[in-house]
Design a protein around this ligand. Structure first.
Ligand code: SAH
Ligand code: DHB
Ligand code: MG
Length: 219
């Protein structure tokens, strides 16, 4: 579900506050032209990720689910000199589009796009990562959270996208594996003493959805 007012407000916020530029606009148009689905984070959400990564002082960032690299550009821009973003993408076509968009944004030196199913590529990574953004296949959210935690340190931040899905997250008997995966994510987070977590609902150009945020409070 989406409402025109939510979209009007998002546009107003983007025009007045969030800021946009050619590299981000190019990532959107090039991804669309290549036939990628229009499911990247909204501009104000990308800026929020950028600010959160900076608030966390992140030098190494992990992203699961690259698509055309739109959120990756926002996140890579949060990095200090010498920092790096590793982003994992299953679809080789998405990964190629992302690499081109990231290069066009002048960020190729600090971003590595790794192609493959994240569950296979995560075990090849070495931590610690200071910040993780989980935004891939939602059925695997509990596994991705466990990996992000394994690759984290005390003080790391883990953010998960699409955790409300138009409110369908409250349907305990849902037959949708994405909903069940995200419900298990909440259970996993709640039972994990090493994190303190919350989730918020959002509305805007992406409809009614939400973000979960976890702070790693113990090694
Ligand atoms: N973070 C991006 C949007 C990601 S969309 C942005 O906001 O700009 C979700 C992406 O996850 C898609 O590109 C999809 O191909 C990828 N994906 C799906 N299953 C995956 C898996 N098993 N491993 C890695 N990536 C996966
Ligand atoms: C979908 C995936 C996303 O990551 C998103 O932000 C919105 C929609 C999807 O698979 O439909
Ligand atoms: Mg998403």
């Amino acid at each position: 579900m989406s409402e025109k007012l939510w979209e009007d407000v998002d546009r107003y916020l983007d025009e007045t506050l969030t800021g946009r530029d050619a590299a981000l606009d190019n990532a959107v148009t090039a991804s669309r032209a290549a036939g990628l689905p229009d499911i990247a984070v909204a501009p104000n959400q990308g800026k929020l990720l950028n600010l959160m990564a900076r608030m966390a002082g992140a030098r190494r960032i992990l992203e699961i689910g690259t698509l055309g690299g739109y959120s990756a550009i926002w996140l890579a821009r949060a990095l200090p000199e010498g920092g790096e973003l590793v982003t994992l993408e299953y679809d080789p076509k998405h990964a190629d589009v992302a690499r081109a968009n990231i290069a066009a944004a002048g960020l190729a030196d600090r971003v590595t796009v790794i192609t493959g199913a994240a569950i296979d590529t995560l075990p090849t990574l070495e931590g610690p990562f200071d910040f993780a953004f989980i935004d891939a296949d939602k059925k695997s959210n509990p596994d991705y959270f466990q990996w992000a935690l394994k690759l984290a340190r005390k003080g790391s931040v883990i953010v998960v996208d699409n955790v409300v899905r138009g409110g369908r997250i409250v349907e305990a008997d849902s037959g949708d594996e994405a909903i069940q995966g995200t419900r298990r994510l909440y259970e996993t987070m709640a039972a994990e003493p090493r994190v303190s977590a919350t989730a918020i609902q959002t509305v805007g150009v992406k409809g009614h959805d939400g973000l979960a945020v976890a702070l790693v409070v113990a090694d």
